[in-house]
Design a protein around this ligand. Structure first.
Ligand code: NAD
Ligand code: UD1
Length: 334
């Protein structure tokens, strides 16, 4: 029996596949390579020395997806495949609703047809309305952009599927801010365009690709005025999927868990830690706030600890060092 991983050549998917293979799972990957490169497959093999199947398929293509379910004995699905840029989703909402929501509907219909009823879904801290951190799974929900709306809507769809037939086992994982890379430096976040997120922007400044970091506002109501987030190592996030999988393989349920460290760090904290961890200074300038940003967002991940036995193990130093190692070994990405 195999685990089907949609979006498996992407950033979090590739790290999760390494953990799955290391734990002895059979893995089948589906990705349309819209935001990832085929080269990652060789890197995964290099790290794990294990084999797996890969299909270059769009999850919107029902026939191709059905073929995969016919040819492979799938036990559960980890569903990463999604478009994820907030700004792009505001400009192209139809593309986001179609890819993320219709893609998930097609996937769920095919799963249902082939009697595969176990799914771990990639949700996000972006589904929380406010910044009354620490955020628990019961904090108020509400997204402010089409990307966030797709995550909220898919969560609701998956809950409804479980309500209609509780032989499903579904886990919604709300990631906070995944950063870092595999300790080998062979896989990481492949930012080809200008990165939207803080850590890849910092590593590009450090390697000289960009002149300086623009800090989006230093007038927030925080201890140094810059935004506070819950950065969590991507390998810890990947390991969270194996815990979630373990749970649903043994239990029918629809549960939701925050995956974060429970600690918030400011933009300036990250800059100082990066310099401390790598010896490289990060020039920066302060500019206007980015629309849609909240001041403070960090997780209460007690539930993931108590029910899944998951907690983050890597600290900010690991996150900075591993992000930097990936950048240095792959200055042009994959
Ligand atoms: P990513 O873009 O690196 O990976 C997503 C993968 O899905 C890509 O390889 C892309 O080619 C593939 N894909 C997209 N649409 C597809 C389709 N229709 N059919 C087949 N493949 C398709 O993103 P990531 O950072 O690895 O994120 C993985 C998941 O986690 C996403 O659902 C994302 O929304 C969610 N998430 C990410 C973050 C983050 O900061 N990275 C935070 C919270 C949630
Ligand atoms: C962003 C997304 C969010 C997504 C999350 C994790 C937006 C508005 N939100 O949130 O939907 O779930 O990533 O992938 O895009 N910062 C700078 N300069 C930069 C980049 C960021 O100062 O060049 C600051 C931001 O203002 C923020 C912090 O750094 O305070 C972290 O930013 P980022 O990495 O983009 O994550 P989020 O803001 O949490």
């Amino acid at each position: 029996m195999a685990i089907l991983v949609t979006g498996g050549t992407g950033y979090i998917g590739s790290h999760t596949i390494v953990e799955l293979l290391n734990e002895g799972y059979d893995v089948v990957i589906v990705d349309n390579l819209s935001n990832s490169k085929i080269e990652v497959l060789h890197k995964i093999k290099q790290i794990t020395k294990k084999d797996f199947k890969f299909y270059e398929v769009d999850i919107l293509c029902r026939e191709a997806l059905e073929e995969i379910f016919k040819k492979n004995s799938i036990e559960a699905v980890i569903h990463f495949a999604s478009l994820k840029s907030v700004g792009e989703s505001v400009a192209k909402p139809l593309m986001y609703y179609n890819n993320n929501i219709v893609g998930t509907l097609v996937l769920c219909e095919v799963m249902n047809r082939y009697n595969v009823k176990k799914m771990v879904f990639s949700s996000s801290a972006t589904v929380y309305k406010g910044s009354d951190s620490p955020l628990t799974e019961d904090s108020e929900l509400g997204a402010t952009n089409p990307y966030g709306n797709t995550k909220l809507m898919i969560e609701q769809i998956l809950r409804d599927i479980y309500m209609s037939n509780n032989s499903w086992g579904i886990t919604l994982l709300r990631y906070f801010n995944p950063v870092g890379a595999h300790e080998s430096g062979l896989i990481g976040e492949d930012s080809v365009d200008t990165p939207n997120n803080l850590m890849p922007y910092i590593t590009q400044v450090a390697i000289g690709k960009r002149k300086q970091l623009n800090i989006f506002g230093d007038d927030y109501n925080t201890y140094d005025g810059t935004g506070i987030r819950d950065y969590v190592h991507v390998v810890d996030i990947a390991k969270g999927h194996l815990k979630a999988l373990d749970e649903i393989l043994n239990k029918n349920q629809c549960e939701v868990y925050n995956l974060g460290t429970g600690k918030g760090y400011s933009v300036l904290d990250i800059i100082y830690q990066f310099t401390e961890s790598t010896g490289i200074d990060i020039p920066y300038t302060v500019c206007n706030r980015r629309p849609g940003d909240v001041a403070i967002c960090y997780a209460d991940s007690t539930s993931a600890y108590e029910k899944l036995g998951w907690k983050s193990e890597r600290n900010l130093d690991d996150m900075c060092r591993d992000s930097w190692k990936w950048q240095v070994l792959n200055p042009f990405g994959y």
